[in-house]
Design a protein around this ligand. Structure first.
Ligand code: UDP
Length: 372
């Protein structure tokens, strides 16, 4: 297939580009940077176009017409950004993505649109303030693509602008499907992690996700911060499992993915952020720690202190993956510990040298040195 991949050089896009090339597809990769797809540059079936899709005219219509399938991964998907630049989050995640969908619809091309598990928002447990029997029952947090109601916070908690933008986009795609037989598939990722998830050291992305904050703390000897006590839970999904599901959606056997929404995630991998911090610290201590260097403290911080005003959190989200299991025969294979360990190993090897110069400036290391 000729595949146009928009946002190909992000975390998911870079892994997907590798897989599509290895399966023999021709890929046109569009992104405003190309660092994460460097290893494939020069591949004869890959065309890289460095482009900010927000610019007015840059030939998207022509590229869509030349493609059999369009995959749209363009997004701002880091919670720190939802609070800092909500208008730009709305513009990129809704307005710009809608333009792409409209061009696909105009030329009758299939679109795979990446959305988010954030559309589900919060659980009933979180809003019923203790007036619920058996509040920890996972069934309250198990979200199904076509059955679960969405619970988002108030407007002044503007973190939800991301979820809201993605939800609106999904609804518009659905409406195009009904009124114009537009062929789309929506993917809702549940906390994918793996190599290249975010940069550390605040290099480019500015506000990484929790894994990178914790990894940065481990390498740098600074504190691991638990926002709001670290009680919130996530299901971490190893990127290889995710790419397997996505590739099956790309291949769309017998059209089973036409106008469907898929959760992609590992329901068995649920972990609280507090347990994630402890697990990462334990793994670091056992596998990667350098002699004499102390492990970071784990401390509590308030959401406002960490993210600023307007932040609110998804308390818990577990994907119901029955649809992907039955229609695609997909099963995630990676457990939490191996997922986290493999991702950590990548960062330790990529970044340790970079950190080495800085480490010794820290008080914590100076103390370690003088006490030896
Ligand atoms: N979080 C934390 N410490 C950090 C960064 C994030 O406790 O240094 C929390 C955050 O409040 C949320 C969870 O970790 O409850 C996951 O946040 P992330 O930024 O990875 O993205 P999300 O899963 O919310 O999309």
């Amino acid at each position: 297939m000729n595949i146009l991949c928009l946002g190909a050089a992000g975390f998911i896009g870079s892994h997907l580009t590798g897989r599509l090339l290895s399966e023999g597809h021709n890929v046109v990769a569009v992104d405003y940077y190309d660092d994460k797809i460097k290893e494939w540059i020069g591949h004869k079936q890959l065309t890289v176009i460095k482009q900010d899709i927000r610019e007015e005219t840059w030939g998207l219509s022509e590229l869509v017409q030349e493609s059999d399938l369009i995959i749209d991964l363009i997004a701002y998907a880091n919670p720190g950004l939802y609070v800092k630049i909500p208008l730009e989050v709305f513009r990129l995640n809704f307005t710009e993505n809608l333009k792409i969908a409209q061009i696909c619809q105009k030329f009758n091309k299939r679109l795979i649109q990446f959305s988010t598990c954030e559309v589900y928002g919060k659980t009933p447990t979180s809003i019923l303030n203790g007036h619920i029997l058996d509040p920890d029952n996972p069934s309250y947090a198990k979200f199904g693509e076509d059955t679960t109601n969405f619970i988002l916070g108030p407007v002044n908690k503007h973190r939800w602008i991301y979820a809201c933008a993605k939800q609106l986009l999904e609804r518009v795609l659905h409406a195009y499907g009904i009124e114009h037989e537009f062929n789309y598939t929506i993917i809702r990722p549940f906390n994918f992690i793996g190599p290249r998830i975010d940069y550390l050291l605040n290099e480019t992305d500015g506000v990484p996700r929790v894994f990178s904050f914790f990894m940065d703390a481990l390498l740098n000897g600074t504190q691991m911060k638990l926002v709001g006590g670290g009680h919130h839970r996530r299901c971490y999904t190893y990127i290889d499992d995710a790419i397997e599901a996505i590739y099956r959606i790309v291949m769309n056997p017998n059209g089973v993915c036409d106008r469907e929404i898929f959760n992609v995630g590992s329901p068995e991998n649920e972990i609280s952020i507090r347990d994630l911090a402890n697990t990462m610290r334990d793994i670091y201590s056992q596998e990667f720690r350098q002699d004499g260097i102390p492990l970071p403290e784990i401390v509590d911080v308030s959401p406002e202190e960490f993210y600023g005003k307007g932040y609110e959190d998804s308390d818990r989200r577990i994907p119901d993956i029955t649809k992907a299991q039955t229609l695609l025969g997909w099963e995630p294979k990676w457990d939490t510990v191996n997922t986290v360990k493999t991702t950590m190993s990548y960062y330790v090897h990529e970044y340790r040298d970079l950190y080495e110069d800085q480490l010794w400036k820290h008080d914590i290391f100076q103390k370690a040195l003088t006490s030896e």
